[in-house]
Design a protein around this ligand. Structure first.
Ligand code: NAP
Length: 467
């Protein structure tokens, strides 16, 4: 994939970039390595000052970087501003909380009495240079939610961003540099995915995190596995959205629209499969479809646009294939199911609701990465849970119910990294984020996220060391 800024609203190539040469990659690796040797010795207060400055600078840049993101990947500019603001919040959150999250842990003396320790503790030390392979769909947020904790923990970062968001990728490097982070703390490498293997195998790279598709995750994880290097994988999702009889159907349907089309439908944690109890199916369907029809599809730079274009032409082609496969096998399009007539340029796709889904349709098991919902009628909670789990993915899940028994059952049985009741899945700095099954492993955000790229070091003192 060429490294280029291509406007998805028009298909016009705005700027192309040459991948950096091998000797430049080598120079950057050396810079990361030598910077890490010094940066790891800095304290939390110094790191927090730097990250806080980055947050302040980003806050000033919100309108500009939002337009850049919209230009590069087509999200509505209102959503782009919200994404940038969320990054500011996460940076400040980690600047404030990292020290406490990584405080030494002292086990209760009774728990280690027979280890012979006079005293013992766990210290969280950084791992080193972490390679981040990141996707275009939240081009700022995906990077920041990795980088803020990683830098606070004392690691340094190399970013290989998606090839269609080079301006955002370069902005990030510039942001951390302007904030005063030493050169080498955060570097953007404009490289294709073919250059990732050599980087991963380089002895100076300690670990990697990848957010993206399953094939990319599998490749990075297998190379890292071969090198015995730690990885965190945040991959695809096809989150279920259960609506049960006690739900507030009005709210459930209104939220369902946002949960499906946020970010033009290109969110890993978007609700994609709507599993609705027969008692409330008709009421939910009518409101949900009406809400999807009412969305304003158009130029993502317009303030009143709800749904912009898909990010790439290939992305739209993949989505169209999934929908056409379903329609050919008997699905019903309750709305959409095609490109909008009004947009003659760019990679738009109409908000779509498909009903009458059967297991042999590809969309039943594959991730629909665009504004396409699948709607299922279920007879009871057993069927809802079985259908919810009948997917290779396990990122998050959403359940609308007021019944405590159903709540307990869903927490126990849904195979996902999150269960969100009476609302939609969203990430938050203070809550861990990640999946199970083919959605990946490891966690980002909260204390879980910052400890992923730490060496949890057991420090044991025998009696002769005193203390
Ligand atoms: P992708 O093709 O996997 O790209 C993601 C990143 O991986 C890009 O930087 C890409 O570089 C790189 N890449 C691709 N193939 C690679 C390989 N074989 N080895 C090393 N790097 C490789 O993903 P996408 O289609 O752009 O993004 C959408 C996917 O990401 C969806 O499945 C979505 O659900 C998932 N996602 C997950 C989360 C989460 O938190 N779980 C969040 C957002 C998105 P190039 O651009 O140069 O190809």
């Amino acid at each position: 994939m060429p490294i280029a800024t291509v406007d998805p609203a028009t298909g016009e190539t705005i700027e192309t970039f040459e991948p950096i040469a091998p000797d430049e990659i080598e120079r950057r690796l050396t810079a990361a390595d030598t910077t890490y040797a010094r940066y790891r010795l800095t304290g939390f207060a110094e790191r927090a000052l730097l990250l806080g400055r980055a947050a302040d600078l980003l806050e000033e840049d919100v309108p500009d970087i939002a337009r850049t993101m919209t230009l590069e990947m087509g999200k509505p500019v209102t959503a782009a501003r919200a994404e940038a603001a969320k990054c500011v919040k996460a940076m400040r959150w980690y600047a404030e909380h990292a020290e406490a999250l990584l405080a030494d842990e002292r086990p209760a003396p009774a728990d280690v009495a027979d280890s012979g320790a006079d005293r013992a503790a766990v210290h969280y030390r950084p791992l080193g240079v972490v390679l981040a392979v990141m996707p275009w769909n939240f081009p700022l947020w995906q990077v920041v939610r990795f980088a803020a904790p990683a830098l606070m923990a004392g690691n340094v970062a190399l970013l290989k961003h998606a090839s269609n968001v080079p301006r955002t990728a370069l902005y990030l490097q510039d942001l951390f540099a302007r904030a005063g982070f030493p050169e080498g703390c955060f570097q953007t490498l404009l490289i294709g995915s073919g250059s990732v293997e050599a980087l991963l195998r380089d002895r100076r790279v300690a670990a990697a995190t990848l957010t993206g598709s399953e094939p990319a995750g599998r490749s990075v994880a297998s190379i890292a596995g071969d090198e015995v290097k730690k990885t965190v994988l945040e991959l695809g999702g096809s989150d279920p959205y259960l609506v049960l009889p006690s739900a507030d159907v009005e709210r459930a349907a209104a939220t369902a629209v946002t949960a499906r089309v946020q970010n033009n439908g290109q969110s890993c944690i978007a609700a994609k499969r709507f599993l609705v109890h027969a008692d409330v199916y008709d009421a939910f369907r009518d409101r949900f479809v009406a809400g999807m029809r009412e969305l304003t599809v158009g130029d993502p730079m317009n303030e009143d646009t709800d749904v912009g274009p898909l990010s790439t032409e290939q992305g739209r082609a993949d989505l169209e294939e999934l929908v056409e496969d379903a329609l050919a096998r008997g699905a019903t399009a309750l709305c959409g199911g095609q490109r909008p007539k009004e947009q003659t340029r760019g990679w738009y796709y109409s908000p779509t609701v498909l009903a009458d889904i059967t297991p042999e349709m590809r969309i039943h098991r594959e991730e629909a990465f665009g504004p396409v919902a699948t709607l299922y009628r279920v007879a009871d909670l057993d069927e809802a849970v079985a259908l919810a789990n009948d997917t290779p993915f396990g990122l998050s899940s959403n359940v609308w119910t007021r019944d405590e028994g159903e709540i307990a059952r869903c927490v126990r049985d849904l195979e996902a990294g999150g269960v969100f009741f009476n609302g939609m899945t969203a990430s938050h700095p203070g809550l861990p984020f990640g999946g199970v099954k083919r959605s990946g492993y490891g966690r980002e955000l909260a204390g879980h996220g910052i400890r992923e790229f730490c060496n949890a070091t057991t420090v044991w003192h025998g009696p002769e060391t005193g203390g």
